[in-house]
Design a protein around this ligand. Structure first.
Ligand code: HEC
Ligand code: HEC
Length: 264
C-alpha cells in the first residue's frame, strides 16, 4: 500500500484535511483583503466617485427612482435625501428594494462599501441633505455614558423599538425592527434620516453627544441581550406561560398514557 493511501485510511486524516482547508481559506481571505483595501483608499477623488455612482445608479436604481432621482410611480424622488440616507438604505440592504410591501426589509447588502459610498456621493448631487456622519462623530459612543443613553433611549426610542431593542409592531402591517444588527454608523444615520415612519432626530432634538450616548446604550443592550431562559420571541410572561402550558401539559399527558398502557 502506498504511503498516501495509508494516510488516507488514518482516522486523523480527515481532521488534518479539514484544518488544511481552513488554513487555505484564511490565507485566501487575507490575500483578497490586501487587494481590496488599497483600492478603497484610492477612491478619495470626489469626481471619480460621483461618476462611478452615476453608472451604478443608472443600472440599479433609476428604474424606480428615475434617471436623475426625480422619482417615478415605483419610487420616491431622492432630491435632498442626502448621502446619509443612501448609505443607510443601501448598507442595510433595504435598497435596491426587492419587492413592494408594507415595509422594506433589512437584508444582505447588494453593494460593497466602495459602491455604496459612490451611490451616496452621486445622490448627494441631486440636492443638499444630511451627509454621512464622520468617523469621529460616530466613534464618540465609545466614551459616552450608558446611564444617560438609557434614559434618552427610553424617552425617544423605546415606544417603537421596545425596551430591549427587539422591535415592535406599528400600525398598517409596519413594524419597528430589532436593533441587533445595525452598526453604530447605521444607528446614527437612522436618527438623522428617519426612515419610513421613524422621526428625524435633528441635532437640536438630540445633540451629537446624546446620539452617542444612545448608540452606547444600544451596544450594551445587544451585549447583555440574553438574560437566560428560552427567548420565545421575548414577548413576555404570557408566551412563556403558554409555552409551558402546551408543551408541559402535553408531555404530562403523553407520560400518563404511556404508564396506563404499561399497566394494562
Ligand atoms: C423596485 C424599486 C426600487 C429600486 C430598484 C430602488 N428603490 Fe429606493 N426606494 C423605493 C421605494 C418604494 C422607496 C420608499 C420606501 C419606503 O417606504 O421607505 C425607496 C426609498 C429609497 C430611499 C429613502 C428615501 C428617503 O426618503 O429617505 C433611498 C435613499 C433609496 N431608495 C435609494 C435607492 C438606491 C440608491 C437604489 C439603487 C441601489 C434604490 N433605491 C433602488 C424603490 C426602489
Ligand atoms: C415612531 C416609531 C419610531 C421611533 C420613535 C424610533 N424609530 Fe427607529 N425605526 C422605526 C421604523 C419604522 C424603522 C424601520 C424603517 C425602515 O425599514 O425603512 C426604524 C429603523 C431603525 C433602525 C434601523 C435598524 C436596522 O436594522 O436596519 C435603527 C438603527 C433605529 N431605527 C434606531 C432608532 C433610535 C436610536 C431611535 C431613538 C432615538 C428610534 N429608532 C426611534 C421607528 C421608530
Amino acid at each position: 500500500m502506498g504511503k498516501l493511501a495509508k494516510f488516507r485510511r488514518n482516522r486523523f486524516a480527515s481532521v488534518f484535511v479539514l484544518f488544511f482547508a481552513l488554513g487555505l481559506v484564511s490565507i485566501g481571505f487575507t490575500g483578497v483583503n490586501n487587494l481590496v483595501t488599497p483600492a478603497v483608499a484610492k477612491i478619495g477623488n470626489e469626481a471619480t466617485l460621483v461618476d462611478k455612482g452615476s453608472a451604478l445608479f443608472a443600472e440599479g436604481c433609476s428604474s424606480c427612482h428615475g434617471l436623475n432621482g426625480q422619482g417615478t410611480s415605483d419610487g420616491p424622488t431622492l432630491a435632498g435625501v442626502g448621502a446619509a440616507s443612501v448609505h443607510f438604505q443601501v448598507s442595510s440592504g433595504r435598497m435596491p428594494m426587492a419587492a413592494p410591501g408594507a415595509q422594506v426589509e433589512r437584508k444582505k447588502p447588494s453593494y460593497n462599501e466602495e459602491e455604496t459610498l459612490a451611490l451616496a456621493a452621486y445622490v448627494a448631487t441631486f440636492g443638499p441633505g444630511p451627509a454621512i456622519p464622520s468617523e469621529e462623530e460616530v466613534n464618540m459612543w465609545i466614551n459616552a455614558s450608558v446611564a444617560e443613553g438609557g434614559e434618552l433611549y427610553r424617552t425617544n426610542c423605546a415606544q417603537c423599538h421596545n425596551f430591549a431593542g427587539s422591535g415592535g409592531a406599528l400600525t398598517n402591517g409596519k413594524y419597528a425592527p430589532s436593533l441587533k444588527e445595525a452598526t453604530p454608523l447605521q444607528i446614527y444615520e437612522a436618527m438623522i434620516t428617519g426612515p419610513q415612519s421613524m422621526p428625524i432626530f435633528s441635532d437640536k432634538t438630540l445633540t451629537p453627544e446624546s446620539k452617542a450616548a444612545i448608540i452606547r446604550y444600544i451596544q450594551e443592550l445587544n451585549k447583555s441581550e440574553n438574560p437566560g431562559g428560552l427567548a420565545l420571541g421575548r414577548l413576555g410572561p404570557v408566551t412563556e406561560g403558554l409555552f409551558l402550558w402546551t408543551v408541559g401539559l402535553g408531555a404530562l399527558i403523553v407520560v400518563a398514557v404511556w404508564i396506563g398502557a404499561r399497566v394494562r
